[in-house]
Write a protein that binds this ligand. Structure first.
Ligand SMILES: C[S@@+](CC[C@H](N)C(=O)[O-])C[C@H]1O[C@@H](n2cnc3c(N)ncnc32)[C@H](O)[C@@H]1O
Length: 197
């Protein structure tokens, strides 16, 4: 499969990612984001000229494939998930998509690992708020993400339109933290987007 480059349109690249990932998402019953949300992620990454993205909650690598595609071949994704079986599938699919060199997956608890993942990220995608559940953990994650982002960097978080305590905690912490704008989009399970000061 070709990556997204000057000879491949974004539409073609997205079609190819869907062809690779959708059967596996269905077979393994992965709670992945939808295609519109994935394309939004890629577009936000492209819009802020992102070269470094951090993803917390990667599963079998669908959303991180879109992040890598949106950033182009120079972009790098640092991904975190605690499920080793899903991690193995993710690595295999990234190789098939010719995105393996762009994405590095760390296996473990994102809450424990996030501060060791470095700083200066252009974009951070949080997709484990439903799983971590607790309001205090959402708040903890928001503070860690604020530290990980560069000034002007973008936070994107899924599951924020649902009644998920961790999502409420993350959004409340962002509202009182070093962010200059935020919005909650009625897309999928509710996509929260905020830009760091
Ligand atoms: C909603 S899925 C991610 C879907 C993925 N972003 C996509 O759209 O294809 C959430 C993932 O978070 C992982 N997860 C849950 N709690 C975690 C934690 N504390 N640290 C790291 N990963 C976690 C789960 O193993 C699961 O694969």
């Amino acid at each position: 499969m070709e990556r997204h480059d000057s000879t491949t349109s974004f539409r073609q690249a997205s079609d190819r990612l869907e062809a690779l990932w959708r059967p596996e998402i269905a077979r393994l019953r992965i709670p992945s984001i939808g295609r519109s949300e994935a394309e939004l992620l890629a577009t936000l990454a492209a819009a802020n000229g992102a070269r470094r993205a951090l993803e917390l909650g990667t599963a079998i690598g669908y959303s991180s494939a879109y992040l890598a595609t949106g950033m182009g071949p120079a972009g790098r994704v640092t991904a975190v998930d605690l499920n080793p079986e899903r991690a193995a599938v993710a690595r295999s699919l990234w190789t098939r998509a010719e995105l393996g060199e762009q994405i590095t997956l760390h296996e473990g608890d994102a809450l424990a690992l996030v501060s060791a993942m470095g700083t200066g990220y252009d974009l951070v995608f949080v997709d484990l708020l439903w799983e971590i559940r607790e309001n205090a953990l959402g708040r903890q994650l928001a503070r860690a993400v604020a530290d990980a982002l560069r000034p002007g960097g973008t936070l994107v978080a899924d599951n924020c339109g649902q009644d998920v305590p961790a999502a409420r905690g993350l959004m409340d912490e962002v509202a009182n933290g070093p962010f200059r704008s935020e919005t909650l989009l009625p897309l999928g399970d509710g996509v929260f987007v905020a830009v760091k000061e």
